[in-house]
Design a protein around this ligand. Structure first.
Ligand code: UGA
Length: 443
């Protein structure tokens, strides 16, 4: 059977999922309450930077397989499978997740669900949310219990979202009924045929898998940043340490890059929301662990700023700093909870004259931090700088010619806040290179 699919919420997750489902051959209707966004997407325009996504959206809006609407009744009438992909940001008044958008989407859709269908949660939620939504659906939908609920967490990474959607490393489905699980096995049939592992479980486990995965990744980053603190104190080198422990297959090399720490719209808020939920459930060890992960991460930002201050001889005020990077990581223009912007803003608050350059996040960065100056090229940012501070490891920075940049700056002093550059090459080009967790350069 060929299902018709709706995707509620057209942010990073929803837009990518909707386009991915169209690519897998389904007729898809994306829904958002933001009429402007819907109009842009319907014209094939993606309002954020994600490699390959604009092409996919354009292809399928042209073919007619992918359409967008603001109308919940239309989505209910159209689709057999409704994916919930609305945001669950951190609450304004605490660490817990704000579920108001998710509840609002379910409350708006449910009264129109008149025939059997499956509602599939993809949003990241505190464990127990799916059970609550199941009750809401059963109470509000005219089709009652014929509306099935499943939870199918999403593991896509920004910057790799299209590939992660079309070739995921696993599909996890929590379902209360065999029917819901069977429908999702069919929906993802092509991927399963290609050998993608499918894990069927209950709703609570599926919800937890997602926050546990993100928390583990965050823990790895904070672990290596804690090691960086010790390495600095001991005069050791965290990059060699990370490489050496990462060669142990049980540890693995990824997410062991020490630096300014993790940011973005997912890891920081998921760690906090999971911590809040674990505490509610009496999971004190998990809550304590995640609290420490968060603290180490925020300290990593302060430590990179302190390193910049040291590199400038102890004073930031009045000094010109070229900040390379605004996005929370390369290949995205997302600046949500970006360590780069945080450190740049803190340097400016301390009196430094900061100029930021980012290959894609200049506009989003300037909107988030209007007090900062942005340049539109690496050269323009570097010209006359007393310090170059790398905070997002874009390929443009990793492949930049250190000799050419040395000729532009006032002083060839670099803080590599991501341990991403070739220290030997930059040193050979005349730069004094400082980096978190590595021995101070010889003066
Ligand atoms: C993360 C997860 O990796 C995805 O699996 C998940 O689906 C997604 O959150 C989500 O919940 O939607 P993403 O936020 O795109 O994806 O970013 P990551 O690639 O995980 O990077 C997170 C942060 O960790 C970035 O700021 C990155 O710079 C930082 N990081 C990563 C380090 O500081 N060091 C490392 O070694 C690796």
């Amino acid at each position: 059977m060929s299902f018709r699919i709706s995707v509620l919420g057209t942010g990073y997750l929803g837009t990518t999922h909707a386009a991915g489902m169209a690519e897998l051959g389904y007729d898809v209707l994306g829904l958002d309450v933001d009429a402007d966004k819907v109009a842009r997407l319907a014209r094939g325009e993606v309002p954020f930077h994600e490699p390959g996504l604009a092409e996919l959206v354009r292809t399928h809006t042209r073919s007619g397989r992918l359409r967008f609407t603001t109308d919940f009744a239309a989505a209910a009438a159209f689709a057999d499978v409704h994916f919930l992909a609305v945001g669950t940001p951190q609450s304004a008044d605490g660490e817990a997740a704000d579920l108001s958008h998710l509840r609002a989407a379910v409350d708006a859709l449910a009264p129109h669900l008149e025939r059997p269908c499956v509602v599939v949660g993809k949003s990241t939620v505190p464990v127990g949310t799916a059970a609550e939504l199941a009750g809401r659906l059963a109470g509000l939908a005219p089709a009652g219990r014929a509306v099935e609920l499943a939870w199918n967490p999403e593991f896509l990474r920004e910057g790799h979202a299209v590939a992660d959607t079309l070739a995921p490393d696993r599909i996890v489905v929590g379902a209360a009924s065999e029917l819901a699980e069977k429908v999702l096995r069919e929906v993802y049939g092509d991927l399963l045929e290609r050998g993608v592992p499918f894990l069927a479980t209950d709703l609570a486990t599926a919800e937890l898998v997602k926050v546990a995965a993100n928390s583990f990744l965050a823990t790895k980053v904070s672990f290596v940043n804690a090691m960086a603190e010790v390495c600095e104190a001991a005069g050791a080198d965290v990059t060699v340490l990370a490489r050496a422990i990462g060669l142990d297959e049980r540890i693995g090399p990824r997410f062991l890059r020490a630096g300014v720490g993790f940011g973005g719209g997912c890891l920081p808020k998921d760690v906090r929301a999971f911590r809040a939920r674990a505490r509610e459930l009496g999971g004190d060890s998990a809550a304590a662990l995640l609290g420490e992960v968060d603290r180490i991460n925020l300290r990593a930002r302060e430590r990179v700023l302190a390193l910049a201050r040291r590199a400038l001889g102890g004073v930031l005020a009045g000094r010109r700093i070229a900040v390379l990077g605004a996005a929370f990581k390369p290949d995205t223009d997302d600046v949500r909870d970006s360590p780069a912007l945080d450190v740049a803003a803190a340097a400016a608050r301390a009196g430094a004259r900061v100029t930021v350059y980012d290959p894609a996040a200049g506009r989003s960065g300037a909107a988030a931090r209007p007090e900062l100056a942005f340049a539109d090229s690496l050269e323009a940012a570097a010209r006359g700088a007393d310090l170059v501070l790398l905070l997002t490891e874009w390929a443009e920075f990793r492949t930049a010619d250190p000799r050419r940049l040395a000729a532009l700056v006032a002083a060839p002093v670099l803080v590599d806040g991501r341990n991403a550059l070739d220290r030997a090459a930059w040193t050979a080009a005349g730069w004094t290179v400082h980096a978190p967790g590595r021995p101070a350069p010889r003066s």
